[in-house]
Each structure stands twice: as structure tokens, then as C-alpha cells.
Design a protein around this ligand. Structure first.
Ligand SMILES: [Ca+2]
Ligand SMILES: [Ca+2]
Ligand SMILES: [Ca+2]
Length: 185
């Protein structure tokens, strides 16, 4: 804005008021018009919605036959659907299951959750063997999020061993129990 600049002319109506509002002084003969210097106002609506919380579940996957690859999916969830894409980075980590032992395949990438959606999946591949062993676990760690706040950083993947007579017996017993259980109510 330029202030105090004298305009030696006699102005009328629109031009007079415009000059005045812009900081000029002028001799006005008429000032019945409202003519602002800036004809456009800018309205800014500040987004005060909190970023959704990001969590990941735990999964359990039967190991499978020797050298058999099986896909298993973790679910990354939002506490509420957002208006913007949410990006989440992740990486796997060994626990008792190890990449070097060919228990599962390492993964290091990111998933995106579209506006209006509340979940996405991370697919990990588990590899079977014929070793008689205990169940093994690995982790999927969430390492960063854009437009979201991570509240549960770690998903636990349990690879259920299916080798050995006792394991097969235990698993068959569990299947029979599930098969014959009478629904409540
Ligand atoms: Ca194994
Ligand atoms: Ca196996
Ligand atoms: Ca095994």
C-alpha cells in the first residue's frame, strides 16, 4: 500500500474512493461508490482433523510342505478414513524364524491407503520345510507413515510347524475340535 501520495486532480466516484483506499489523498467530488483496491478475498479453511492412527495385526500361517511358498497377509488399518492418501513403510525382521534359514522371504517396501479407505495388506511369503521344530515367529515393523500416526509398530507372524508325528496329531486334534464344536446360543 502506498500512503500519503497526493493526487492533485479532482476525482469522482469510483476512481476517487479507489485512490483513497489505496492510500492516496485526493479531492473527491463524489464518494458514493465502494470500490476496494483488492477485489478478491482469500478464504483459508484450516484442517483441524487429527491424522488417523495406524496399526498392524498379528497373523498365523501353517508352514506348508518342503520348499512350498505360501503367501500370508498382514492388515494395516487406520482408526478412521482420511481425506488424503496414507503411506506406510515397513520391513520384516527375524525372530525365531530367519530369512537365512529359508523360513520366510524378507520384504522392505511401503503400502498406500486411498482416501475413504481404512485398510491395506502387506503380503509376506512363508517357505515350508520338513524340519521337526517348534513354531517360529518373525516381525513386520512399520517404520514410518505419511498423513498418519503409527500407534502399533509391530505385527507378529507365527509360522506353525506342521512336521513330525506329534505336530500332525496335535493339528488333526485341533481340526476335529473346530469341526465338532457346537456354536454357542
Ligand atoms: Ca520352518
Ligand atoms: Ca513343513
Ligand atoms: Ca517345519
Amino acid at each position: 500500500m502506498t500512503a500519503g501520495k497526493n493526487i492533485p486532480h479532482t476525482l469522482s466516484g469510483f476512481a476517487c474512493l479507489r485512490r483513497f483506499l489505496c492510500g492516496y489523498t485526493a479531492q473527491c467530488v463524489r464518494s458514493s461508490y465502494a470500490a476496494p483496491c483488492d477485489s478478491q478475498g482469500l478464504g483459508t479453511i484450516q484442517d483441524n482433523d487429527a491424522a488417523p492412527l495406524v496399526t498392524i495385526n498379528d497373523i498365523s500361517q501353517i508352514e506348508g510342505g518342503n520348499r512350498q511358498n505360501t503367501s500370508t497377509a498382514f492388515t494395516v488399518s487406520l482408526s478412521a478414513a482420511g481425506e488424503r492418501f496414507v503411506f506406510v513403510s515397513y520391513s520384516t525382521a527375524n525372530d525365531t524364524a530367519a530369512v537365512a534359514d529359508s523360513d520366510y522371504f524378507a520384504a522392505n517396501s511401503s503400502v498406500s491407503i486411498a482416501p475413504g479407505q481404512t485398510a491395506a495388506t502387506i503380503t509376506i511369503t512363508v517357505r515350508g520345510d520338513k524340519r521337526k521344530e517348534a513354531d517360529e515367529t518373525f516381525f513386520v515393523n512399520l517404520t514410518g507413515a505419511t498423513n498418519g500416526t503409527i500407534s502399533d509398530t509391530q505385527g507378529v507372524g507365527t509360522i506353525e510347524n506342521d512336521d513330525g508325528a506329534r505336530e500332525r496329531q496335535r493339528r488333526r486334534a485341533g481340526e476335529q475340535l473346530r469341526c465338532c464344536r457346537i456354536p454357542a446360543g
